[in-house]
Design a protein around this ligand. Structure first.
Ligand code: MG
Length: 382
């Protein structure tokens, strides 16, 4: 007896936005359907895996599919039932084999649930993960809302597991279409077992389901963003320069439209970089009179507000100032504290370093100061 899997990914569900069917939206750096492909291929219990894609997408099949000879890709039909049939036709399972049929829109599949389903089929003909209904249920009737007892109600998830001969027989009738695969066998009066489902297995239907599922699956790439920034300002005649919010007496000043705070400009650009929102010049055009002599703290706070609006917060940063003079070290503690205060984060999350270029290049010739920064943003909780 072998265990095979069918992943139904042929639907047109566009309620999750993005202009593509939801199974092709990205979750944690890979398309949603890929989560299920990987889960099945890495489960030792599973033999062959059949991925059922929309016919149109097979003209240029996804280049990112793993090259694994156990994986078969076929075109789906016009209904879910037709797509499952296409999968069964491609797999040609033996009568005693087990087939697990899974919705690609449920990326939280793992080996535990696969194991529970296979075990359940030792004493049943079909099995599915189920969760109790926790919200109150009401039916709209003429006289008003009426409560529906929920003690014997379940939310059914996928994969749904079947003996191959049973599901093939149930789907034989041409033109039949079912809401899910259990519905096809329920009519046959067979024994269906339920196993513990989980929130991980919830279905992605709407746009807001994607970040919720990313959190639930702890999808690493989506929990962190990184950006780098680099800036240079030239010296001009003057008596003070501003670096990371601190005014330092010097025999020169830094030339610039704003206060020319090269350290915070680099950091602000790093935040914009992490958000893929362009650069400082896009947000604060140098010719704009509003930013003449502006405090660069305004730029940094604005970038962090845009980050917060998108659900991100600065979780650490590291700035390097590159110059022969002035000496940075005596001011380093104050610069770190000022940066932490403006960014609203703890002091130990702000690193500030300084280096010379050993007399080489424009900084070595004392023509100006360069700064580079890296910013790490983390997903805001809640
Ligand atoms: Mg600048």
């Amino acid at each position: 007896m072998d265990v095979h899997a069918i992943i139904v990914a042929a639907g047109a569900g566009e309620r999750a936005g993005g202009g593509v069917p939801k199974q092709f939206r990205t979750l944690g750096n890979r398309p949603i359907y890929r989560w299920s492909v990987n889960a099945f291929l890495s489960a030792p219990q599973i033999g062959r895996v059949c991925l059922v894609l929309p016919e149109a997408s097979l003209a240029s099949p996804p280049a990112d599919l793993p090259s694994d000879e156990r994986l078969i890709v076929v075109a789906g039909g016009s209904s879910r039932t037709a797509s499952v049939r296409a999968g069964l036709d491609a797999l040609r399972p033996g009568e005693k084999d087990i087939v697990l049929i899974h919705d690609a829109a449920r990326p939280g599949l793992n080996e535990d649930v696969i194991e529970r389903l296979i075990e359940a089929l030792e004493g049943a003909d079909a099995a599915a993960p189920a969760l109790p209904v926790t919200d109150a249920l009401k039916r709209q009737e003429e006289a008003g809302l009426r409560n529906i007892p929920r003690d014997d109600l379940f939310r059914i998830q996928t994969p749904q597991a079947f003996r191959a001969e049973l599901i093939q027989h149930a789907l034989e009738a041409d033109g039949s279409s079912f809401v899910d695969d259990l519905a096809a066998v329920e009519a046959l009066g067979i024994r269906v077992a339920t196993v513990a489902g989980s929130e991980r297995l919830s279905k992605i239907t709407y746009e807001e389901d994607i970040p919720r599922m990313e959190k639930l699956l702890n999808a690493p790439a989506s929990q962190m963003r990184v950006g780098t920034g680099y800036d240079v300002h030239a010296f001009a005649p003057g008596d003070s320069i501003r670096l990371c919010g601190i005014d330092i007496p010097h025999d020169r000043r830094l030339a610039g439209h704003s206060d020319a705070d090269v350290g915070w400009h680099a950091l602000t650009d790093a935040v914009f970089g992490a958000l893929a929102l362009g650069d400082l010049g896009d947000h604060f055009p140098p010719g704009d009179p509003r930013w003449k002599d502006a405090d660069s703290g305004v730029f940094l706070r604005h970038a962090l507000m845009l980050a917060a609006d998108r659900g991100w917060a600065l979780s650490s940063c590291d700035i390097t100032l590159i110059c022969e003079a002035p000496k940075i070290k005596p001011h380093r503690a104050a610069m770190r504290q000022r940066t932490a205060d403006v960014a609203g984060i703890a002091l130990d999350l702000v690193s500030l370093k300084a280096t010379t270029t050993e007399g080489l290049g424009f900084t070595g010739r004392r023509e100006g100061i360069a700064a580079q920064a890296i910013a790490v943003l983390s997903r805001l909780q809640g």
